[in-house]
Design a protein around this ligand. Structure first.
Ligand SMILES: C[S@@+](CC[C@H](N)C(=O)[O-])C[C@H]1O[C@@H](n2cnc3c(N)ncnc32)[C@H](O)[C@@H]1O
Length: 254
């Protein structure tokens, strides 16, 4: 919602649902940190474009969008795409979101699938909910891998490979925890880490190595860029980096 306060060219996204799902604390934190706002807008834009492109390309094959750790992602309500959204998260989070968005109709079909990614497999509950493992799928793993430990995160990638056919894609943001320890990036994100820990969602280390893990499970990396370095791609002036996050797109090998 803070994007709406920016000049047109800096806006990058239009998310009328952001105010409904962000609490005052989150908005205050974002307002205090223009660099964080920049990262969030860039990552939203990157993932929105990836989803729309994928669905457009696979339009005749009943494409699916799998949001792993969907949280309060309202894309099913704001992206008018001919595909089904499958939203995986904790049951309580999905319930909270249903309450927040009560009264709004999603633009696309949306199916909520409660799963604890750290403790359960997600493939079977997905299939039980109508997910088709043979249909082209774009898996969106946004803001989640850094809340899982390395083995949990690797298990998620292994299951992605089990649940989507060749040509499917995975798009994600990730933090390179191993190299940002002790760096300026870690100092820049210290207050965010502290607030997350206090809120009961501590940052963990995520995947040990994004490239090697994706390769091991049959995904080729098509794109990998520091989130803040995406600005010129969208016609914006380059800015110095403050955050260790990157955006990646990978495709399941045939
Ligand atoms: C920072 S939020 C990101 C939400 C959403 N993808 C977005 O970018 O707006 C992290 C999400 O991951 C979910 N998550 C973290 N650990 C999880 C787990 N073990 N099982 C299921 N969901 C989990 C949280 O509930 C939360 O919704």
């Amino acid at each position: 919602m803070l994007a709406a306060e920016l000049p047109d060219e800096e806006r990058l996204i239009d998310d009328p649902f952001a105010r409904l799902v962000a609490d005052d604390e989150a908005i205050t934190a974002a307002r205090a940190d223009p660099n964080l706002q920049n990262v969030i807008r860039l990552r939203t834009r990157y993932l929105d474009e990836a989803i729309v492109d994928f669905v457009t390309t696979h339009g005749s094959s009943r494409p699916q969008i799998l949001l792993l750790g969907a949280g309060f992602d309202a894309r099913a309500y704001r992206l008018d795409v001919a595909a089904t959204f499958f939203e995986v998260d904790f049951s309580a989070t999905l319930d909270d979101k249903a309450k927040m968005l009560m009264g709004f109709e999603p633009l696309a079909q949306r199916i909520a699938v409660p799963v604890d990614l750290a403790a359960q497999r997600f493939v079977e509950p997905l299939v039980d909910s109508g997910f088709d493992p043979s249909a082209p799928t774009i898996v969106v793993w946004e803001g989640v891998s850094m809340y899982l430990d390395p083995d949990e995160a690797e298990s998620v990638v292994a299951q992605m490979a089990e649940s989507v056919p060749p040509g499917s894609r995975m798009v994600a943001d990730y933090a390179e925890m191993s190299w940002f320890k002790g760096s300026d990036y870690e100092r820049a994100t210290e207050s965010i880490s502290r607030d997350l820990r206090r809120g009961g969602e501590p940052l963990k280390s995520g995947l040990r190595d994004m490239y090697a893990t994706l390769d091991r499970y049959g995904f080729d990396v098509l794109d990998d860029e520091a989130t803040e370095n995406l600005r010129p791609r969208y016609g914006l002036a380059a800015l110095p980096r403050h955050y260790p996050t990157r955006m990646v797109t990978a495709q399941r090998r045939g």
